[in-house]
Write a new protein. Structure first.
Length: 199
């Protein structure tokens, strides 16, 4: 009788653990969609006017004002959600948001980002256009009567990417506007600095 009771307790614990694992998420409670205004700028700070709308969340985010960039950020202090300024492989300079950190696994399933098989549960963790999720985007476009390629936009919101494992010197970035932006692996030595906000 004691063995049966012990067996049931162990079984209950194992089932509880497996249920917990399947519902775990990766969150980011520190990052918001807002862009700060920086009042005081030290001489070591860089400024950059980004003239492209790859980070637009519906308010011309990051493209309508001069940005303040801290070039002295320690690479080990870069966090998920940070917007960074970097050199591309083509030799241009860009900004984007870090979604996956060195050593992590990342995949995208039907427009949802997963980190180490856990759902990235934050405002930048899924496909969006001008800050709108799939349902809100189609509702807004249909209500306004705008002409657009609905079939292609459905594909965008259902984006899939096979799992990738990042090396110890790699980050994964995704632009805030999935239609106008890009995503990809970023080598640590290509990072110029951390975007702090507007000047």
């Amino acid at each position: 009788m004691i063995r049966i009771g012990l067996f049931l307790v162990i079984l209950f614990i194992l089932v509880g653990c497996s249920l917990k694992t399947s519902t775990e998420t990766v969150t980011d409670k520190n990052t918001t969609p807002d862009v700060s205004t920086i009042e005081s700028i030290s001489p070591k700070i860089l400024t950059y006017h980004h003239k492209y709308d790859n980070m637009d969340r519906g308010s011309h985010n990051y493209s309508d004002k001069t940005l303040v960039v801290d070039p002295e950020i320690e690479k080990s202090k870069i966090c998920r959600g940070n917007v960074i300024f970097f050199n591309t492989e083509k030799g241009t300079k860009e900004i984007s948001r870090i979604v996956a950190l060195p050593g992590e696994k990342i995949k995208i399933t039907k427009g949802q980002i997963y980190i180490n098989d856990k759902k990235l549960d934050t405002f930048y963790g899924f496909a969006h256009r001008l800050g709108l999720n799939k349902d809100n985007y189609f509702e807004s476009m249909d209500k306004s009567g705008n002409l657009y390629n609905k079939k292609e936009m459905k594909k965008l919101f259902e984006t899939n990417m096979n799992e990738q494992k990042l090396a110890d010197n790699e980050y994964y970035f995704v632009d805030d506007d999935w239609l106008r932006g890009t995503m990809g692996v970023l080598k640590e030595n290509n990072i110029i600095g951390l975007v702090l906000g507007y000047k």
